[in-house]
Design a protein around this ligand. Sequence first.
Ligand SMILES: *[C@@H]1O[C@H](CO)[C@@H](O)[C@H](O)[C@H]1NC(C)=O
Ligand SMILES: *[C@@H]1O[C@H](CO)[C@@H](O)[C@H](O)[C@H]1NC(C)=O
Ligand SMILES: *[C@@H]1O[C@H](CO)[C@@H](O)[C@H](O)[C@H]1NC(C)=O
Ligand SMILES: *[C@@H]1O[C@H](CO)[C@@H](O)[C@H](O)[C@H]1NC(C)=O
Ligand SMILES: *[C@@H]1O[C@H](CO)[C@@H](O)[C@H](O)[C@H]1NC(C)=O
Ligand SMILES: [Cu+2]
Length: 797
Amino acid sequence: MHQTRFLGVFGLCGLAPTATLAAVVKPAIGLERRLLHEEIDKRGWSPNDTCVSEESAPATTAPKANIWSAITPEDNAAVWDLLHDPATGLNLTAPGDAVLTDNYVYWIDTVPVNKSDALPYIDGDGPMPPKYARAIIFEGGKEPPISQEYMVGPLPVCEETTVAPLDYIYNGGMGGAVPFNGRHFDSKRSAATEPLITEVMSSIADITVAMFNGAYYGSDDDRTNLTTTSGTPLSFDGTQAFRNIMFRYPGEPHGTASYMIPLDFYILIDCTGTDASKYFLKGIVTGEMFYPSVDEFRAAYDSGEVAFAFQQTRDDNWAMVDYKPELGERELEERFSPSSLELDGKRYKIDPEARYVEYMGWSFYVHFTRSLGIMFYDIKFKGERILYELSLQEAVAQYAGNQPKAANTVYHDTYYDLGTYMTSMVEGFDCPFGATFWDVSYYEENLKVSNPDAVCIFETDMTHPLSRHRAGGGSTDYDFQNMGVVKGSFLGVRAIATVGNYDYAFTYQFHLDGTLQVEVRASGYLQSSYYYPDQQAWGPRIYQATMGSLHDHVLTWKADFDIVDTANSLQVSELKAVNQSQPWFPELGEFEQLQLDISYMEEEKQFNWFPNQQGMYVVVNKDALNQWGEYRGYRLVPGMSDIHLSVLNSPFSLKQNEFSKSHLAISQHHDTEVFANSVQNANLPWKPQQDFSMFFDGESVEQEDIVLWFNLGMHHFTRSEDVPVTLFTEAHSSILLAPQNFFDRAQDGDLKNRRWLVPDEDTGELMVETYGIELPQCPVILEEPADALGTNTETEY
Ligand SMILES: *[C@@H]1O[C@H](CO)[C@@H](O)[C@H](O)[C@H]1NC(C)=O
Ligand SMILES: *[C@@H]1O[C@H](CO)[C@@H](O)[C@H](O)[C@H]1NC(C)=O
Ligand SMILES: *[C@@H]1O[C@H](CO)[C@@H](O)[C@H](O)[C@H]1NC(C)=O
Ligand SMILES: *[C@@H]1O[C@H](CO)[C@@H](O)[C@H](O)[C@H]1NC(C)=O
Ligand SMILES: *[C@@H]1O[C@H](CO)[C@@H](O)[C@H](O)[C@H]1NC(C)=O
Ligand SMILES: [Cu+2]
């Protein structure tokens, strides 16, 4: 045994005297030029002193190519050229020159690899699956005008390459086609509505100036000092299109927090079809009153019926996420806060080309798409596959309020290309110091766009042990027989997507024991409303004339489990109170006791967590037994705020949102049921392009290739503490995927980062087994002797 003083287990690395460190790291107040990656290792007393290993993650080579990766920039450019080749017959206009009645490319991405093609390759000698591009083309020049998605491949472009409608991943009845009115409301559609908005608002500028000192003469007009916003859906079934526009102050001096300074002024327009001359005003809303025409609104105003109750502020300083000295000072807050550091170098390996990671038994491939952000494939632990795919499918937010914008809003963030908003993170703040940063990339037209440092990979201290036990003891320090404690850490993969107002932070945690946690936190601005005193039912007042609008967030994931192989079942263990009698308790007669009612889900279905969590769902493989004869499996363990949408029959989320209406769902895997949603579903609530509920058509889920779908999110009970932005502490949801009889015992016995403590029976001295895992010694000659730090904390025994 290595003998160490008890307290010597901690703190040997001699973290720098705070004052010295603070002098280096703490910036003076006032902006200065700095990198997103500040260096924490410069200690001030010698430029080479460091407690942080500077080595990058050791390299590994992925066993197979990352077949899920995006098409190459060259292939994208070739696909672009092919689509624009007159011989292809698509009659395309360059997007920059296009108007609504032209055909033009919306975006190009990668067709997901079929699992049936992927498995023979990753598990055997099968050929590498072919690569295909997907391209959404806005075909305003067709009769009727539509958006049509195409599949282009195989790639690279060659003689066999075809351009064919991509229909098989959609079940709404129109395949890859979406009617013009339901298609993405891009800048061209928005621009087409500008003349009408400008006409209406110019004609009442005298009133809007009198009411709230703002006017709208068009987005490019110098006299304009209001901004417009409208959400989705903008159509119900693709036969009509409308925009419910809310006006806001742009904010001064920053102009970046208009979400927080809305006005009680709305115009509702009809913008059906490609002919903007036919667009018309449906009405004006203010003060919870509807005026069907400009004339009626003016008459009401002239009669003194219309007035603003509260003065909205144009100031947006209060809504910035900078230091607010007016909140007061906190003692010792001038010191740099604790940080998780990799003191002994990185313990994970990466293949940056293949986007492949290995960590403490885990291995997985990472993929990225413009719509869904980061996705995980072939997740294995100790060489056995747990999940074929783990990927976000959608991030929904549905709002409420007695006004046309909040009532009308159901966001699908994939509609806005959630992935493209995964952008640079700040080292040491968004991610721990020393994290590995990866960029993500996607295509705009025929060019590649890269977002640097958009994914971080890090191992961090859990700040609690993975496991421990103190055996046979009394209450005093050394009065026990033995004690084991295992250090807790996990590998995190994080990306933060700022889609408009919200910053969604996604963290995938790979734990040492084989547990995988999926977590999402939200920060950023509320989409707030003007304050209506009579609308407490839709949220509190959170600022001068601002109310935090009530809403739900629901984020959907796909978890394609393959426990050992693809034949899996879902075991349901319900905890039931039952009346029983036991012969050794004759005096009790019948008495209530707990027991498990174990069954297996038979058919595909959408379902919920049990009330009071009195049930357990485990994905098992009935043909794979552990040493004890139990089915090997992984449990879905609900974490925080595992919710579904509150409103199930809203016209704005009727059928394009079926995936967000139950906590969980199980379906049989099909190459044709790849996505829970489509990126153009938001505007088709009554006639969706993709109807998730159609996945559940009675197929067996017993020893089949099953897919679990789960929802995280939060009912956002808005509060004044959402000012300036929502806090990650509260806006937090998670789920664990944890081994359940998958192994024969807990997978922590093979970890050396632990301490085994046994007091010597005779001397009472504590003996500590360190298994050779000593504390890293920083290559630092401290000005103070190293043990001076220890002396401060030494305790007598
Ligand atoms: C710091 O390290 C560099 C590179 O190893 C070395 O050339 C230099 O002399 C060192 N400086 C000091 C002050 O030790
Ligand atoms: C091609 O599209 C344009 C609109 O961009 C349209 O005017 C023209 O008629 C189309 N040509 C054919 C052959 O369809
Ligand atoms: C995937 O499988 C579907 C259904 O069998 C097929 O229609 C489609 O072409 C395949 N996709 C690719 C990219 O091979
Ligand atoms: C906003 O613009 C209108 C019209 O240009 C003007 O009358 C009004 O004073 C402006 N308000 C502010 C606060 O500048
Ligand atoms: C058990 O029996 C008691 C007495 O009849 C009854 O009140 C109770 O509801 C029963 N519990 C269950 C779980 O059936
Ligand atoms: Cu929210």
